[in-house]
Design a protein around this ligand. Structure first.
Ligand code: SAH
Ligand code: SF4
Length: 364
């Protein structure tokens, strides 16, 4: 089997070229061709010697996941479904806004963490995406969207808020993040790449060391009793432990903040008392809040909080001096809203198995 160079960040690509007896700058050249130029064929890299191109063609390839469908929403949101083999598909969404263009990418096929209000979580888990399959989403979207008239990339921000828990697929996510941040890759600044986690505490610590990008934490509840029921991972890493991890994450970058995501579920976590509890909970954590009106999906069993309730909740947080945004629902007509990404997940039976893997790994 050929080596897929899409799986490599710059250090790995440099090592690969060194093993071939090639200079490090070759790795930079090839990386630019792949990610800046969108090349999938070594023969198009005409600044490489023909002999090197032949050598590469023999043992390597640039294998991007195939595109299954592309959808356009009336509001400009776009969604791509990519083929990741054996009947599985993952979704990627582009959300244009006035001052930025955000790509929301997936990190796993399904998710093992079973948050009760999440369509991906309800589907079960199949497998981790490879680094090539993660960065392949940005590769496709970048190719489709290109640059603005001012020659700036249309995609200015990447959020790992699609299908899956990024920190449960740590190594591949780090490789993909490295490519996003690399000047020879997508050249995004650290603050324009956001990893969203439901609260995998040991991996949050590891992320801070490996690539301290912007961190979003899916909080969704103000106390352990409520969070235990909607984010099962809370039983393993309860709120006090999670808040301590958030504070540690910011130690290295004191000017940064945590974005707390909070899905508004009617009658579950949207009482005024919950808002007050939140204020106390996050008092030592520099943060912003993002209130997400629940996006329904078939048989979810939940309802979105009313706008009046969301506003009242926001007012309590704001009155305490917190910065709060209420997320606008985008791409509703193409099922591209937050938490609605379903993709195609075959063989969903591995969820329990995956949980066991997680338990074991962390115990060791
Ligand atoms: N696994 C990661 C990232 C993917 S989910 C995480 O949980 O953070 C991205 C965000 O969408 C999370 O905050 C998640 O809780 C939220 N979400 C999931 N289902 C939702 C739904 N049905 N409506 C609104 N937000 C949802
Ligand atoms: Fe997984 Fe995130 Fe969905 Fe929870 S909210 S099931 S962690 S994708």
């Amino acid at each position: 089997m050929k080596t897929n160079l899409l799986n490599y960040d710059l250090p790995a690509l440099t090592a690969h070229f060194a093993a071939m007896g090639e200079k490090p700058f070759r790795a930079k050249q090839v990386m630019r061709h792949i990610h800046l130029g969108g090349a999938v064929c070594f023969d198009d890299m005409t600044d490489l010697a023909k002999s090197l191109r032949e050598k590469l063609t023999e043992h390597a390839d640039i294998h991007v996941p195939a595109l299954i469908t592309e959808q356009h929403s009336a509001d400009g949101t776009r969604k791509w479904l990519l083929d990741v083999g054996t009947g599985n598909g993952v979704e990627t969404v582009f959300i244009p806004e006035e001052t930025r263009g955000t790509l929301c990418i997936s990190s796993q096929i399904g998710c093992a963490l079973e948050c009760t209000f999440c369509s991906t979580g309800r589907q079960g888990f199949n497998r981790n995406l490879t680094a090539a399959e993660i960065i392949g989403q940005l590769w496709w979207a970048n190719k489709a969207l290109g640059v603005t008239p001012k020659n700036e990339r249309v995609i200015s921000n990447v959020v790992m808020m699609g299908m899956g828990e990024p920190l449960a697929n740590f190594d591949n996510v780090i490789t993909a993040v490295n490519i996003m941040l690399d000047d020879h890759g997508y050249g995004l600044s650290r603050r324009r790449v956001t990893v969203s986690t439901s609260g995998m505490v040991p991996q949050m610590d590891k992320l801070r060391e490996a690539a301290p990008v912007a961190l979003a934490v899916s909080l969704h509840a103000s106390n352990d009793a409520v969070r235990d029921t909607i984010v099962p991972l809370n039983k393993k890493y309860p709120l006090a432990i999670l808040m301590a991890a958030c504070r540690r994450y910011l130690e290295k970058a004191p000017r940064d903040f945590i974005t707390f995501e909070y899905v508004m579920l009617q009658g579950v976590n949207d009482e005024i008392q919950h808002a007050r509890e939140l204020v106390a909970l996050v008092q030592d954590v520099p943060c912003k809040f993002n209130l997400i009106p629940f996006n329904p999906f078939p048989n979810s069993g939940y309802q979105r909080s009313s706008s009046a309730r969301i506003q009242a909740f926001r007012d309590v947080l704001q009155a305490a001096g917190l910065v709060v945004t209420v997320r606008k629902t985008r791409g509703n007509d193409i099922d591209a809203a937050c938490g609605q990404l379903a993709g195609q997940v075959q063989d969903k039976t591995r969820r329990r198995q995956k949980w066991q893997i997680l338990e074991r790994k962390e115990a060791s």
